[in-house]
Design a binder for this molecule. Structure first.
Ligand code: DGJ
Length: 730
């Protein structure tokens, strides 16, 4: 049983393998958060946990602090102000951040939600129209709360993933009355932490510099990250970790909170007057005003909570396991992806059928398996100023259309993939000339352009239907195995109301149609690099382009930050040419290959123009990919001390689930003298197993590798790297 209920039916205990989440009812009415952390084994004490909800404190509950007859006369402010709310609402004395705000015809109201009942489900229900984790191995607890005056019911749903130490939570608000309401905020997650010393870890960045981890103390007041760009964003990622002040990669408590959503979000910690923390996460209330008509309901997207008492690394591995097996629906989630070559950095907009065939021919000789044609193949697009929305082939570049091009690619032994940006329209396009009212904007105002393009209003079905008709037509016109779905600007000029969220639902709807109608299609999401790298997108695509920064050295930290939450199997990573087009840095070809091995692996260069040795080296890299990808894709990921910890290198390792194989990746970032004491301490191995280190043909036990450590020979020079493969001796 993953959910147990106390004999007095007041307390609910949700157990994963190593964690416990508890909530309970105080005074028969108020739903409070009792505990979240290391697994609890309770006996008769289950019924005696009143103190967690303050029930034993004299004067604490309003019922014991009465200043008159009847509920309405009870002195409630102190109670409201100090109670650990599981779902916080405004108006009666909870002055912290709230989960819900609702207005009736009388305007915004003070809210009071009273516990109504609970239900236990053996299967986790889907969330209509939303991405969500699935196949929970534990039960789902449903708690219903009812508003005392308005006809609103809230359903909180908690699903237990025992093996992955995760609890997924969603919230649905129902209008069971005759009146219409407007919801101006519905946050999903609300965690209350007792007084303590905590740090907050979040992921920050910019275009080309995504997801750098940032750790700081949680102090007084509110600390938040958010996006109001309509996408989850390059700047802040919908994830936060709350960890013990002393937590390390391997020790201490780490709570990971991740939003399964791809639009505006708010994630916030708030220290209260007693030093406790409230952490909330959900759709950002900015411009959010959702009309709830009689009989309707609104479901807020899911938040996944993960707990590890084995530090930040333990938290990361829980997310990787959960997202690989319980979020990514694509059949490719556990398959080696084809080694691809993408022509973006090879040609940008300047290509034609002949050029792509030349690339394909050489790529096939090198062992590459798929050619992806990037931006610039449609309408009359020669740069980024035209034709988005006109999803028909530019016959000037590709005479004979896609059919001829793809047949030629296939004759050369490669599969074919294509780039699309379905959410956008160029002002200079036939689509815009026909339907200029299809863009997101506000009447009477000019609409901002971003990269010379407008955002199509995907909240409107007729817009989605037409775009889908066009892109499905493209996909049916030739043998296309892969789509890179790009999205290159933020949403602006979005009116208050339902637009932001309905837009995201529209994107989900279209991606869902795509993968349903083309079940073998390998879909990669992308948003100017990694501007929409979130758990929501992973429900539709097993991989996401990590960043437009393809410099191997920069990629080390981008990929390391990304892997804080998201599995290596999801990270789009390619070898590009040097000097790197963005940073102008030159790195060894081998190192570029090694860095790309951490992800889905491919090339982003003109293979016909690189040196013969590099073409030759592609064979070796593809071989490495074949040799290591099963391990990298499905193993346990360990961050080893690296540049962020003051080292002159980047290092991580992946250990197979059965601990019989491991791979260490080491890349020197800056070189220095006198490094005789430099040691790598392995992690995650079996102490007693003897491992063969293939690079030096030495055998060492797991305990030596983890406690004594090893040195890394052959990666002394700047930007040189080394892979060390460990295989357990039989
Ligand atoms: C942004 C993507 O991240 C790039 O990889 C490339 O596809 C360009 N868009 C094309 O416009």
């Amino acid at each position: 049983m993953s959910v147990s209920i106390s004999r007095n039916k007041k307390y609910f205990k949700l157990d994963t393998k190593n964690s416990t989440y508890m909530l309970g009812i105080a005074d028969n009415r108020f739903l409070g958060h009792m505990y979240y952390g290391k697994r609890l084994y309770l006996d008769s004490d289950f019924d005696r946990l009143d103190y967690l909800l303050g029930e034993e404190r004299e004067g604490y509950l309003p019922s014991k602090n009465s200043c008159g007859e009847g509920l309405e006369n009870r002195d409630k402010i102190t109670f409201e102000d100090t109670f650990p709310w599981e779902f916080s609402v405004p108006g009666y004395g909870d002055f912290g951040e709230h989960c819900l705000e609702a207005a009736s015809g009388d305007g915004k109201e003070a809210l009071e939600f009273i516990y109504e009942d609970f239900e236990l489900l053996s299967e986790k229900p889907e969330l209509p129209g939303l991405p969500a984790t699935f196949r929970a191995d534990g039960e789902t607890l449903v708690i219903r709360l009812r508003e005392v005056k308005l006809s609103l019911t809230v359903k909180l749903m908690y699903s237990v993933f025992e093996k992955e130490d995760a609890i997924a939570k969603s919230v649905t608000v129902y209008n069971d009355g005759e009146e219409e309401y407007t919801l101006s905020r519905v946050l999903t997650s609300c965690l209350e932490f007792p007084e303590g010393q905590y740090d907050l870890i979040t992921l920050h960045g910019a275009w080309g510099r995504e997801r750098e981890p940032y750790r700081r103390s949680i102090g007084q007041g509110k600390q938040s990250i958010s996006s109001i760009r309509g996408v989850s964003s390059h700047q802040e990622n919908p994830f936060m970790a709350i960890v013990d002040r002393n937590a390390t990669e391997e020790t201490g408590s780490a709570y990971g909170i991740s939003f399964v959503y791809s639009g505006n979000f708010l994630a916030q910690t708030e220290m209260n007057q007693f030093g406790g923390i409230r952490a909330v996460m959900g759709i950002h209330p900015y411009q959010f005003a959702w009309k709830l008509m009689p009989g309707e309901s609104f479901t807020a997207p899911e938040v996944v909570h993960v707990f590890s008492s084995e530090g930040i690394g333990g938290m990361t591995r829980c997310f990787h396991d959960l997202y690989r097996e319980h979020l990514i629906r694509s059949p490719y989630w556990n398959q080696r992806r084809p080694v691809l070559i993408n022509n973006w950095e090879a040609t940008y907009f300047n290509f034609d059928t002949e050029k792509l065939w030349q690339i394909a021919e050489k790529a096939a000789e090198c062992g590459i398996e798929m050619l992806v044609m990037d931006d610039g193949w449609f309408g009359y697009r020669e740069d980024d100023s035209t034709s988005l929305g006109d999803w028909s082939v530019n016959e000037k570049k590709l005479p004979g259309g896609l059919k001829r091009l793809v047949e030629g690619i296939k004759e050369r032994g490669l599969k074919f993939g294509i780039w699309l940006e379905p959410e956008m329209v160029s002002p200079d396009s036939d689509l815009y000339r026909e339907h200029s009212d299809w863009i997101i904007g506000q009447r009477g105002r000019s609409t901002s352009l971003g990269r010379n393009q407008y955002v199509l209003d995907f909240s409107r079905k007729e817009v989605r239907d037409e775009i889908y008709r066009r892109i499905a037509g493209v996909l049916k016109s030739a043998d296309i195995s892969y789509v890179k779905w790009d999205m290159n600007r933020s949403l602006t000029n979005v009116p208050e109301g339902e637009k932001y969220h309905r837009y995201v639902l529209g994107v989900y709807d279209l991606q869902n149609r795509l993968v349903t109608d083309f079940p073998d299609l390998l879909l990669e999401n992308c948003s100017s690099g990694g501007g929409r790298y979130d758990a929501g997108m992973l429900y539709y695509s097993p991989q996401i382009w990590c960043s437009d920064d393809t410099d191997a050295i920069e990629r080390l930290s981008i990929q390391r930050g990304t892997a804080m939450v998201y599995p290596l199997s999801t990270m789009g990573a390619h070898v590009s040419d040097c000097p790197n087009h963005g940073t102008k840095r030159t790195t060894p070809f081998e190192t570029r290959g090694q860095v790309a091995l951490a992800g889905t692996f491919g090339y982003e260069l003109d293979v016909t123009q690189i040196a013969g040795e590099e073409q030759q080296a592609i064979h070796d890299q593809v071989e490495c990919y074949y040799k290591y990808n099963d391990l990298i894709r499905s193993g346990d990921y360990y961050r080893l001390p690296s540049a962020a910890e003051g080292k002159t290198y980047d290092c991580y390792m992946v250990v197979s689930k059965d601990k019989t194989e491991a791979l260490i990746s080491f890349v020197r970032i800056t070189t220095h003298l006198s490094r005789w004491n430099e040691r790598i301490y392995c992690r995650g191995l079996d102490e007693k197993t003897v491992y063969l280190l293939e690079d030096r043909n030495t055998e060492l036990t797991g305990s030596v590798l983890m406690n004594v450590g090893i040195d890394v020979m052959g990666a002394e020079d700047e930007y040189y790297g080394k892979l060390i493969h460990l295989v357990a001796k039989k």
